[in-house]
Design a protein around this ligand. Structure first.
Ligand SMILES: [Zn+2]
Length: 104
């Protein structure tokens, strides 16, 4: 099987030096992957223009859903892949929906 040909600029992309999983949307490494892309990768522009159908991945510092939609970001730095009702936070940050009954 022939290896997939990658554009020349990907040789210096920071994602090539870290675990691939970090760039799969929903992975625990997403926060670091997005930070590396946005703050330090020397080929951010090339990456943004290089994948016209990103699905379920982080590309150029943006996390995409499995349907290819850019996901909102939680203030903690994680993409919001799922939401609890009434919350815009990621599942890690959103408080659990637990009914608390206070003594009256
Ligand atoms: Zn969060």
């Amino acid at each position: 099987m022939q290896p997939i040909a990658r554009p020349e600029w990907t040789r210096v992309a920071l994602c090539r030096t870290r675990p691939d999983d970090w760039w799969d949307t929903g992975d625990d490494g997403n926060r670091l992957a997005i930070l590396l892309c946005r703050r330090a990768c020397p080929v951010l522009g090339e990456c943004a223009a290089g994948d016209d159908q990103p699905c379920g991945v982080v590309r150029a510092g943006v996390a995409y859903s499995d349907r290819g939609r850019p996901l909102p970001m939680c203030p903690c730095g994680r993409p919001v892949t799922r939401r609890r009702p009434g919350s815009d936070l990621c599942l890690v940050c959103a408080p659990p929906a637990v009914e608390i009954r206070l003594p009256s």
